[in-house]
Design a protein around this ligand. Structure first.
Ligand SMILES: [Cu+2]
Length: 185
């Protein structure tokens, strides 16, 4: 059994008015990957996209900080995270192994901004899909970072904030918390 964890810290908290934080635990046991994510103080009553991000070439991803706000608009948007965190890889939604990123199958926070997410994923299916997408079957979780996204529509985002995906707005994709995944054993 191999266990990974992430301490998830706030991002963009100064401009969105809440400091989202939490933890993630990843347990690889036999043929399955069990994901447990618990988040506090996220924007309330809202669906939150969450994924691990990383570099397909195996370079270790690092968490974005305010330093990644390269256009100095006050927000670290999704494209700005790419320099240190790489690209969106695997979603933590209802079917991570399908690696279908833009959809409405992500967890929804309660009135206190809390949500908990648990999913058992068939590792063979996820590795197969991961290899199809990134030409590498090794998830290399200890080289990835987890992102939580999403602010309510009443948060005013400047036009310089980028990162809309299809019909999903920058409110959906704005990062609100991030954590580096590390191996526990
Ligand atoms: Cu993401």
């Amino acid at each position: 059994m191999k266990i990974y964890q992430a301490n998830i810290v706030p991002l963009n908290d100064q401009v969105i008015g809440t400091a989202a934080h939490g933890t993630a635990l990843f347990t690889v046991n036999g043929g399955s990957l069990t994901i447990n994510i618990e988040m506090f103080d996220t924007p309330a009553n809202l669906q939150h996209w969450e994924h691990f991000h990383g570099f397909p070439d195996g370079k270790p991803a690092e968490i974005a900080t305010a330093a990644q706000d390269v256009n100095h608009d006050g927000f670290v948007d999704l494209p700005e995270t790419g320099a240190v965190s790489g690209t969106t890889m695997v979603p933590f939604n209802d079917a991570p192994h399908e690696m279908d990123i833009p959809n409405d199958a992500y967890p929804v926070s309660d009135a206190n901004g809390y949500f908990a997410y648990t999913k058992v994923v068939p590792l063979a299916a996820l590795s197969k899909k991961f290899k199809e997408t990134f030409n590498d079957s090794d998830l290399e979780l200890d080289k990835r970072v987890i992102y939580i996204h999403g602010v309510t529509d009443d948060v005013t985002l400047p036009e310089t904030v980028a990162g809309a995906v299809g019909h999903y707005s920058t409110h959906v994709t704005l990062p609100i918390a991030v954590g580096k995944i590390t191996a526990l054993n």
